[in-house]
Design a binder for this molecule. Structure first.
Ligand SMILES: Cc1cc2nc3c(=O)[nH]c(=O)nc-3n(C[C@H](O)[C@H](O)[C@H](O)COP(=O)(O)OP(=O)(O)OC[C@H]3O[C@@H](n4cnc5c(N)ncnc54)[C@H](O)[C@@H]3O)c2cc1C
Length: 393
């Protein structure tokens, strides 16, 4: 068992941290205060460094790093801005994954590679008015026609939807089969019948523009079907979800680290009853509790990331339950930690002029991404009761 990062990983983390401090940190408040403006200047400068290709092979211009190393990147990014991290990770994971896996050469060269260079924006579309957690209830349909498919439906809550260049859309190809009748399709900006609707105004995680996408009889050619055979979309989706959940947990860690750092500085400076508040046991106890949970979440993240790589290398089982639990625990940990940090700040915790209210608003987003906290516990508990999984010694 090895708990130490390698020299390369430490170097990588430091390099990312420097870029984050230089490019993103100075703009964090600006990004939060202008939710309707995509931060193109920060985006262009940061994405030019090539990190969006982190998890793709070198033949498409990627860095091909392992899943553990990728967590360092996600954590560093969220340490600055959860919203900007969301914009970046959407492009580099779900927004491009299906294109890389199933796209032909033209799709890879024209869309996927420019997206991981930050020159195009790719998004993922699942959520609809009547289907979120329950993906099987998807109503957006794909109907087979001569030479391709026709897509009809409306997707909601799409991160960067209103500014995207292309989107990967989950559709029903056989409504009688529910989740077994789902497939992914690529739809490009400019395709007839494709438009964006209402823009949503979010509580936090500012940076990406979020909104509705409308598909009105959109014809897509055959090569825009992103799969191997019809009806296997849900199966393909599960192949990336462990990584998405681990990434979400890493974002929770990034937010918590910054909130904790700020709160420590505040507790050292703020005085009450003639002493700094950091001298009071009830305040110190909060720090100890946050630190313990943060350390536990970090260990879970790195172990799950390591298990994901072991599975990919054919040496280990699918860490589905571990990824679920990691996401759940880290996000609850973050929510509780930022709540405590707001209390440490007293009334200033409630002021827009200080950081904690932003961490609190950002942390709430993590409760939904990668599966809601409720569905995770329901699934894990169910697996345990059915005797399909349990923690081992
Ligand atoms: C900031 C942000 C960005 C997003 N970006 C995207 C995006 O880019 N693309 C995209 O497709 N979607 C996106 N979403 C949508 C997100 O994926 C959904 O919000 C999420 O899947 C939950 O679906 P829902 O909101 O419809 O909630 P619902 O599924 O309606 O759930 C409502 C409540 O019921 C609970 N619930 C549902 N089923 C069960 C069950 N079986 N047992 C117990 N409890 C249950 C849920 O946990 C939740 O508490 C985004 C959301 C947010 C907030």
């Amino acid at each position: 068992m090895e708990f130490q990062l390698t020299e390369e990983q430490e170097f990588f983390r430091q390099t990312v941290a420097d870029a984050v401090d230089r490019i993103i940190m100075p703009k964090v408040e600006d990004i939060d205060e202008h939710p309707d403006d995509f931060p193109w200047d920060v985006w262009n400068e940061f994405t030019s460094l090539g990190y969006l290709g982190l998890r793709y092979p070198e033949d498409v211009g990627g860095m091909d790093v392992d899943t553990v190393t990728a967590q360092l990147f996600y954590q560093e990014l969220a340490r600055a801005s959860c919203g900007f991290a969301m914009a970046v990770t959407m492009n580099m994971l779900m927004g491009t994954y299906f294109l890389h896996r199933f796209g032909n050469e033209d799709i890879i060269n024209r869309l996927m590679i420019p997206a991981i260079q930050g020159k195009k924006i790719g998004v993922i579309c699942f959520t609809e008015d009547q289907s979120g957690t329950d993906v099987g209830a998807t109503r957006t349909s794909a109907t087979k026609v001569d030479g391709g498919w026709v897509i009809n439906g409306t997707k909601n809550w799409i991160t960067n939807g209103p500014i995207c260049d292309f989107c990967t859309v989950i559709c029903q190809t056989d409504p009688s089969k529910g989740a077994r009748g789902l497939d992914f399709f690529l739809i490009e900006k400019g395709f007839e019948g494709f438009s964006h609707g209402q823009i949503l105004h979010k509580l936090g995680a500012q940076g990406p523009i979020t909104g509705e996408l409308i598909f009105d009889n959109v014809f897509v050619p055959e090569d825009h079907f992103l799969g191997d055979e019809v009806g296997r979309g849900a199966q393909h989706l599960t192949d990336i979800l462990n990584e998405v959940r681990c990434m979400t947990a890493s974002q929770a860690i990034g937010i918590t680290v910054t909130a904790l750092k700020d709160a420590l500085e505040y507790a050292r400076a703020r005085k009450a009853f003639g002493r700094t508040i950091g001298e009071y046991q009830l305040i110190r106890e909060k720090f100890a509790r946050i630190a313990a949970h943060l350390e536990a979440a970090k260990l879970m993240v790195f172990r799950t990331a390591w298990m994901i790589d072991e599975e990919k290398a054919g040496r280990g089982p699918n860490p589905r339950e571990e990824a679920f639990l990691t996401k759940w625990f880290a996000c609850e940990m973050c929510m509780t930690a930022v709540d405590e940090v707001m209390r440490i700040y007293g009334g200033n915790g409630f002021a827009r002029e200080y950081g904690p209210q932003r961490y609190f608003r950002d942390a709430r987003f993590l409760l939904y991404g990668g599966g809601t906290q409720e569905i995770i516990r329901d699934f894990i508990g169910g697996q345990m009761v059915k005797g399909k999984w349990q923690p081992r010694l």
